[in-house]
Every structure is written in C-alpha cells, then in structure tokens.
Design a protein around this ligand. Structure first.
Ligand code: PHE
Length: 506
C-alpha cells in the first residue's frame, strides 16, 4: 500500500470509528495486515506540527508467533495426535514398524509424547490405544496463539517455546485519535513559495507548511581528532610545560647514514636488514652528506677514536647512502644534535618529537609496520645517569605514572642504557614503557660537540598509552583500514590524570 493509500485508510477508519485502539486491528482494503512500519510514515505526515489531522501514540507489545513447525501443527495436529489417530481402536493396535512407515518422522517424535500423555501403551511389538479418545491440546493452544499472539498460561508458553513451536517477538503498533485539524481530505501544503505562485497570485491563498522549530539540527560534519592525536597533544603540553622545543619530524624518508651510522650502529647490525627495515627502490640512494662529518663517522666505526677502539670493520659509504623509511625518531635527534654542534657556542637544549616511524614487522594484534614514537633529548654539560633517572620520574609523574623501575639494557648509541618499567595495576605486573640512555661519545664527538657535553635521551611508543587510555586491545582497531570511524568521532578528549596518578597511562 502506498503512503497515500495508507493515509486514506487511516482517515476513513477514524472518520467511521472515532479512534483506533491498536493499529494491528487495521486491515488493508483487500483484507491483509497493515505493515506497521509503513504506517508510521503515513502517520508522521498526518501529524506534522501545526497541521495535526491525526494524533498517535506508540504501543510496544510482545507477541507470540508460531514457528514453521508450530504453524504446521496448528493446521494439521500434533505428532502425538497423529500417532494416536494412526493406531486403530482395539486390542491389536499397530506394529511399531508399520507406524513408522505410515507417519515417518512424526512417528518418532510423537510416540514419546503420546506415552507421556498416557494415550498409548505397548504390547509386544505393537502400540495400542490406552484411552478411547483424545483432545489435541497442543493444536488447540497453538491455534489460540496463532490468532491472538497471546496465551494466558505462561507455563504452556514456556513448554511450547522449548519445543520450538513458538517464539516471542516485539511488535510496534499505534493507537490513533482524531487531531485538531482532522478532515477526510489531505490538503497539500506548499513547502516553498515559487515564481509561478507569485506570477499567478496563488501565493495569497496557498497553505504553507509550518516551520518545525522542534526538529533537531543536522550535526555539522566537522573533522575529528584521532585518539592518537589527542594523546599526542597531552604529551606535547607536558613537554612544553617542561621547557622543551619540538623537533621537525616531517622527513619520513631518511638515509641509513642519519638513521644508523651517525648513531654508531655498525653496518652489519641486524636492524639494518631488509627484515626489519623498509628500503626505498626509487630513488634508492642519498648522495648529499656533510663530507667532513661523514669521514669522522667512517673513522669512528672502522678504527675508533675519542677514546674508543671502534668496531674495526670496513665501513662502506654505499651502505650509508641507502634510503629507508626511518625506523626511529632518534634519526631526527641525531640530525638536531649535529646542527647544535655546528653552532659557535654551545647552549643547553631540550628537544622532543612525537611522530611516525616504520619497521618491517609481521602485523599482529600489538604490532603494525608503523607506529608513533615519543622522543626526548636533553643536552647539557655535566649531566649524569642520576639526571636521566630523575628526569624520567618527573616526566612520567606528570602523566600520572608513578613507581618506575630501571633495567640495564643495550643500544648501540647509548651507554649506559636503561629500559623503563612501570607497575601496571590492571595487568598486575611490571610493563616496559620506554627505552633510554646517555648517548655515547662515539656518537657525539664526531659531530663536533664539546666532550663535556652529555646527552640523555629516551623513546616510547604513543600507541601503548593510547590503547590503554581508550580501552582498545587490538592495534588494528586503532590504526588502518579496519578502524571504526564512529569510534574516532565519538571518543572523548584525552585527559591524563596528572595530579592524582589514578588513571595512570603506561
Ligand atoms: N631509538 C630507541 C628505540 O627506537 C629509543 C631510544 C631513544 C633509546 C633515545 C635511547 C635513547 O627504541
């Protein structure tokens, strides 16, 4: 039925009856049930604010409907009744095998119930009637449910449901009364004034659709910050608060030189393998390097210097030239420290960055081929390991993370190196939250930094605290093509509980 037909049906019925207590009683002109969902559309257009021809209220009901098998039984009788009917009256009864032939599947299902009802008994291999006649109550009950959607005894309903003969369904319907502007004819009101209406003068008598000031506005389609960017913003504020400057991290493609060699990472180090690093094909190489510095890097790797014996291998420029996607933002720290060393006078600095890095990893629930690193560097004369530990405590404290532990670790570019652990009360164990250390003289001195300058540095992932903060346990739900956009639109802004440390981020 079209919306117009439904509207006519509603108006005619109301005209005749005055009201409709439940629209499920309505039938179409050819006697079929009215689709309640379509009806709602018609009702809405008949009850627009200002022109209410009809008023309606929703009725939500639970009704019982028969399953396919339930309908079959309502029409043809229960399996147990079929079994009873198939047994001829008298002492002889019917052989079980014959009953099987006669009724098929029903014989099997019906026998048990017929025994239970004490309708039949067994004599040798035969079934005989135990009563003269039966009442097929199941069929009667199902017929009632079929026509009314209800049944007075909940125990019967539960039993029929258990036998999968009927099930509960939610149904929406409506009760109707005439509205203040009830009429049998629907006057079409105009939405807009048109050129033609003005020309013909028709606008003077035209009925216009009223403004609906109650309608909800359309949400403006603005951009939404990704949770990672929200947590990043909180971290940035902590860094700024502590007097840090942000490093430029827009160079995703780096040379192996800046990513590895300047960091005193030997050329045969496994991290420089294609298994761990993405190499570029075109262009494959970088050719511009600060020549003198490059020479000093080569020397410290191959023969040593600055109090170090180096690695003692044949350092090759070809290896350093290879272009890669940076594997850590420490490549940026290295460039920044080199630039610092080129200034006439040394000034202490505090640098940070938060950006993407890339590693050729097998993707799983906690690893992607790219992630974000939070990187920090402090350079000053006379810094010690105590400064690094002290700084870490202050820094993490500001994010609400207390209780740090430090564990000796190894990085080619730091000595000593420390992994940072924090106690995760949710997981009930110590989890690694970062990596840190003091940059080696083999890295800093070839840059031209004063040997008295000490540099403490650290790195952590942005994903881990974000996933904990937003309760996401699979990284693929945070980044990539499987991300649910409404998660991004609806997630709250990030507030790390910095004072209390209650909502610690690890
Ligand atoms: N670059 C290290 C990493 O990727 C982190 C780090 C930075 C460690 C600075 C020490 C010093 O895990």
């Amino acid at each position: 039925m079209s919306t117009e037909e439904l509207q006519t049906l509603i108006l005619k019925t109301l005209d005749a009856k005055g009201s409709v207590s439940n629209t499920r009683e309505l039938t179409t002109f050819d006697g079929k049930e009215v689709d309640q969902h379509a009806l709602l559309g018609a009702l809405m257009s008949l009850s627009l604010p200002g022109e209410e021809m009809v008023q309606y209220e929703s009725i939500e009901e639970e009704i019982w409907v028969l399953t396919e098998e339930g309908n079959e039984i309502a029409d043809k009788g229960s399996h147990e009744a079929k079994v009873f009917e198939a047994i001829p009256p008298g002492e002889e009864g019917i052989a079980i095998s014959d009953l099987q032939k006669l009724l098929g599947e029903s014989a099997k299902i019906g026998q048990g119930q017929a025994f239970k009802n004490k309708w039949i008994t067994k004599k040798l291999n035969c079934l005989v009637r135990a009563v003269e006649s039966i009442v097929d109550q199941v069929q009667i009950d199902l017929k009632i449910i079929q026509s009314t959607g209800k049944y007075s005894d909940p125990k019967v309903l539960a039993e029929l449901k258990k036998r999968k003969l009927c099930e509960k369904q939610k149904k929406n319907s409506y009760s109707l009364t005439k509205g203040p502007h009830f009429s049998l004819t629907i006057e079409k009101s105009a939405r807009d004034i048109t050129y033609e209406m003005i020309q013909s003068g028709e606008w003077k008598n035209a009925k216009f659709k009223k403004y609906n000031f109650e309608a909800l506005g359309i949400l403006p389609a603005g951009g939404h910050l990704h949770p990672l960017m929200k947590v990043r913003e909180e971290f940035r504020q902590i860094f700024f608060e502590m007097g840090f400057e942000e490093m430029p991290t827009n160079r995703f493609v780096e040379s192996s030189f800046w990513n590895f060699d300047t960091l005193f990472q030997p050329q045969q180090h496994p991290a420089r393998d294609a298994h761990d690093t993405f190499f570029l094909k075109d262009p494959a190489n970088c050719t511009q390097f600060p020549t003198e510095y490059l020479e000093r890097v080569k020397e410290v790797h191959s023969v040593g210097g600055y109090g170090s014996i180096g690695y003692g291998y044949d350092w090759k420029i070809e290896e350093a030239q290879k272009l890669i996607l940076r594997t850590h933002t420490t490549a940026v720290s290295s460039t920044m420290l080199y630039n610092l060393a080129q200034q006439k006078e040394f000034k202490p600095v505090k640098y940070f960055s938060i950006d993407r890095v890339f590693r050729n990893e097998t993707v799983d629930a906690t690893h992607l081929a790219e992630f974000h690193q939070v990187e920090g560097v402090i350079a000053d004369k006379g810094l010690t390991l105590g400064d690094l530990i002290g700084f870490m405590n202050t820094f993490f404290n500001k994010m609400g993370v207390k209780n740090l532990r430090f564990k000796p670790a190894y990085n080619p570019y730091t000595e000593p190196s420390m992994e940072i652990f924090s106690y995760h009360s949710g997981l009930g164990k110590w989890v690694e939250i970062g990596n840190s250390g003091m940059f080696r003289p083999e890295m800093l001195e070839p840059m031209g930094l004063d040997p008295e300058v000490r540099v403490i540095a650290w790195g952590l992932s942005l994903e881990r605290p974000t996933m904990i903060k937003y309760g996401i346990d699979n990284i693929r739900e945070l980044l990539g093509h499987k991300v649910n956009l409404s998660m991004i639109q609806n997630n709250p802004i990030c507030r790390l509980d910095k004072r209390m440390g209650k909502e610690a981020v690890h």
